[in-house]
Design a protein around this ligand. Structure first.
Ligand code: NDP
Length: 296
């Protein structure tokens, strides 16, 4: 994957379609970097704050697309993007559409084909930031699809944060994006369960979080070794075996039940550990569970 944080060419025009929390942050970042920005939103009132910052409002989607060679889309869903493409007519021909709406790899591939049929070049993207992080050093965006179009507009896109190219398959950016979000949601599942458990004994959430955060950070230090084990196919471990986890796991479930905490987030993990033992993987480590999660 190639990465860059090169400075934007500030005179390149860009249109932003969709001015929700994220789309507004994107448009604002382009404006701050000096780009001429045209904006459109389904509910026109949302253009107000951007116009106050110097953006030009477009009356129709087609007008917004016609205004710039680079068009960034950030709607709620890819169904909304799909619907919007049907209204573009000839305005999309020769344009680069960069779709930063959250979606699936398959949706990205379908939208890529649709945009190409309209004579446009399509780049899909996954934003690794919340709106407040956009244009800060911590923010970056995964991109995939039409590489030439991406390279042409990368200096402008760099106004949003780092740019990470993932490949010519338009679905790849969504895959990288959803993968990282999967890790995040899984981590937060554990955090919520731990805080719920502490709360049943009136242990303050803030007090417990002071223990939880460094603990999780220390455990994350083991991820590179798990990744090496997955890549090498050597699943035997001297750290913590499936047998040890499977033996301890009934204690978690029993404690949740005794304390009145739902087990719905953790039952699937117990089932996976039990299956691993049944299938003869008791001496393996966590990397084996990754293999088991992939449906043959
Ligand atoms: P918001 O709910 O704040 O905004 C949604 C936007 O989509 C609005 O501009 C809304 O227009 C528009 N929209 C909804 N339905 C339609 C439709 N049928 N036709 C045209 N426009 C429509 O969401 P966000 O801005 O937070 O999120 C936008 C995208 O960015 C999502 O895919 C999200 O997953 C992604 N994202 C968001 C992050 C975040 O932290 N917020 C982080 C990373 C990615 P209207 O104003 O008229 O309702």
């Amino acid at each position: 994957m190639s990465e860059t944080t090169s400075a934007p060419a500030s005179d390149a025009p860009v249109s932003v379609l969709g001015l929700g929390m994220m789309g507004s942050a994107l448009a604002s970042a382009f404006l701050k970097a000096g780009h001429p920005v045209t904006v459109w939103n389904r509910s026109p009132a949302r253009t107000g704050p951007l116009v106050a910052q110097g953006a030009l409002p477009a009356a129709t989607v087609a007008d917004a697309v016609a205004a710039s060679p680079l068009v960034v889309l950030c709607l709620l869903t890819n169904d909304n993007v799909d619907e919007l493409l049907t209204t573009l007519g000839d305005s999309a021909a020769g344009k680069t559409l960069v779709n930063l709406t959250n979606g699936t790899p398959e949706q990205a591939r379908t939208l890529s084909a649709r945009a190409t049929a309209l004579g446009a070049r399509y780049v899909d993207g996954g934003i690794m930031a919340v709106p407040q992080m956009v244009a800060t050093p911590a923010a970056y965006v995964f991109y995939s699809g039409d590489e030439e179009a991406y390279e042409t507009h990368r200096p402008t896109l760099a106004a949003l944060g780092g740019t990470k190219w993932t490949g010519k398959d338009a679905g790849l950016a969504a895959l990288y994006d959803l993968g990282l979000l999967t890790g995040m949601y899984g981590m937060f599942n554990g955090v919520m369960q731990a805080l719920a458990l502490a709360r049943t004994e009136n242990i303050g959430a803030e007090e417990y979080a002071e223990l939880l955060v460094p603990w999780i950070a220390a455990m994350l230090g083991g991820v590179p070794q798990i990744a090496r084990d997955i890549d090498s196919g050597n699943h035997l471990t001297d750290v913590s075996s499936i047998a040890v986890s499977a033996a301890a796991f009934p204690n978690f479930i029993a404690t949740f039940e005794a304390q009145g905490v739902s087990t719905e987030l953790f039952e699937p993990l117990r089932a996976l550990l039990d299956r691993a033992v049944e299938e003869g993987y008791a001496e393996d480590g966590m990397s084996r569970r990754v293999e088991m999660l992939i449906k043959k």
